[in-house]
Ligand binder design. Structure first.
Ligand SMILES: C[S@@+](CC[C@H](N)C(=O)[O-])C[C@H]1O[C@@H](n2cnc3c(N)ncnc32)[C@H](O)[C@@H]1O
Length: 462
């Protein structure tokens, strides 16, 4: 029997695959089903059929997996903020370990390496130090809201339905951030709804309010609020800043990023300070970091200390080494390694991050780091230095082919690859295989309730 789009089928979920979906088989066809766990027996409607696989949507769970629990979040069946709250945390860790191991074996073609137990997150709720909420001129309705009479269907401030750019669920709180963050979210929502100024339409590209980004400092319990708008207009953003400053405690920085471009990003072409400082400070281990609104900072602060400690342990530096820190961000890795290295060179494409990195060195009295701003592809091609260690921490897409080629030209003795995407980590390890052998991997669960997993990999030159 051929499987066709629109068919209703019965499936037993065998495992979850990287990307978070459940996998089942019917008539030798692999079928992926979101929001399922191994052991679930479900009826599902086929949504897409390709040559070798199909995708289906759950209609009913007939028998539940023993790994299921009740999600505490009311939006969890629909929201893309996190998609695994219905799976026990211990099982999440097990599945993620299997992702890393499988991808390194099958895509990375790596053999005889050590993979350590996943370091869990001590906090599995309220762990995120940064959240980005989108405004929309059209609220995506939850099933129970569809037949309700509502006078605010033309407004939403919240998170995306998974895999969509324009479907925003209006939410009153997210369990991944601290409750004070949810108070700021609700206060901003009240103000913006009453402002009479429209929210930005993700399809129409009309409207003013675009994003609300919140950052929390774990060490100092302080908040940064970044209001992203489509134009520069003083009165409404200043009024919102006053309401926040007067009504809520702990906000030390309120900034306004102005993004006039159509592309969906919270990074503006211009940034204005509305109240307090331009940056927020946090602490990891013994070091203090100043972070500006648009710079990258690991989102799970307590566990990032374990991440950087793992890098330091894998590096085994003696104080004599020259280290290249690719995709260095605000200088976290460089500063962690600086006391045990001779010289560190950091590279990042973001001006803001490089300015933060230089300031952070001063703040921590570190004087053996230098930072270059630019695309690593260009910077590396002009670079020639004898390297003992290369630390690389690229975005999800991994390293570009030209960057790998430059690494193979520079030939550092050791590479430590920090990755938030085991699929691109595995691909890049395969590309480095001729000259580097994967020796050890440490998965770290920086992202509970999502399928995402951070890994630190140690490769030695052969
Ligand atoms: C995952 S973050 C790593 C930051 C840092 N290592 C840390 O732990 O905080 C990736 C960084 O890569 C930078 N980046 C992205 N594409 C880049 C490119 N083509 N060249 C240089 N840096 C890039 C981003 O600005 C970001 O700071």
């Amino acid at each position: 029997m051929d499987i066709k789009k629109g068919d209703t089928i019965e499936l037993t979920i065998e495992k979850v695959v990287y990307g978070g979906r459940g996998l089942a088989h019917l008539n030798n066809m692999a079928i992926f089903v979101a929001n399922t766990a191994p052991g679930d027996r479900v009826t599902a409607k086929v949504a897409k059929v390709k040559k070798n696989f199909a995708e289906a949507r759950v209609l009913e769970v007939l028998e539940t997996s023993p790994n299921r629990i009740i999600s505490p979040c009311p939006y969890s069946d629909y929201c893309g903020g996190c998609t695994w709250q219905f799976i026990e945390y211990e099982k999440q860790l097990e599945y993620k370990y299997a992702f890393v191991e499988d991808l390194l074996n099958h895509i990375g073609k790596a053999t005889n390496f050590q993979i350590n137990h996943t370091l869990p997150s001590a906090q599995i709720f309220g762990y995120r130090n940064k959240m980005e909420f989108s405004f929309s001129d059209k609220r995506w309705l939850l099933p129970e809201e569809k037949d309700k009479k509502m006078d605010d269907k033309n407004f939403a401030l919240g998170l995306h339905v998974p895999g969509t750019f324009d479907k925003i669920i209006d939410i009153d709180g997210c369990l991944l951030q601290k409750e004070e963050g949810n108070e700021i979210l609700r206060e901003v929502k009240r103000f913006v709804k009453d402002s009479g100024i429209p929210a930005y339409g993700l399809k129409t590209h009309q409207g003013f309010w675009r994003y609300l980004m919140l950052r929390h400092s774990h060490a100092f319990n302080e908040w940064m609020v970044n209001i992203v708008t489509s134009q520069e207009r003083d009165a409404p953003v200043q009024a919102l800043a006053s309401v926040l400053r007067d009504g809520l405690k702990g906000i030390v920085s309120i900034v306004n990023n102005i993004n006039t471009r159509k592309g969906g990003t919270a990074i503006g072409e211009r940034e204005r300070i509305l109240a307090g400082e331009r940056n927020i400070r946090d602490k990891i281990g013994a070091f203090i970091f100043e972070i500006s609104a648009n710079s990258f900072f690991q989102t799970n602060t307590p566990l990032s200390q374990r991440l950087y400690q793992t890098v330091k342990d894998f590096a085994s530096l003696t104080g004599k080494e020259t280290v290249l820190d690719l995709y260095c961000g605000i200088g976290t890795v460089s500063i962690f390694l600086a006391p045990v290295a001779s010289r560190i060179i950091g590279m990042d494409i973001s001006n803001n991050a490089i300015a933060d990195a230089r300031r952070n060195c001063q703040l921590n009295s570190i004087d053996n780091c230098e930072f270059l701003c630019g695309d690593v592809r260009m910077l590396l091609s002009q670079y020639s230095v004898k390297l003992d260690l290369l630390v690389t921490d690229p975005p999800r897409v991994g390293m570009q082919r030209q960057v790998i080629d430059q690494v193979l030209r520079l030939l550092p003795d050791r590479i430590i690859y920090i990755s938030c995407n085991p699929a691109t980590l595995a691909r890049d390890i395969a590309l480095l295989k001729e000259r580097y052998k994967l020796e050890e991997v440490q998965p770290i669960d920086l992202f509970p309730h999502t399928y995402h997993i951070e890994s630190v990999a140690r490769l030695e030159r052969v």
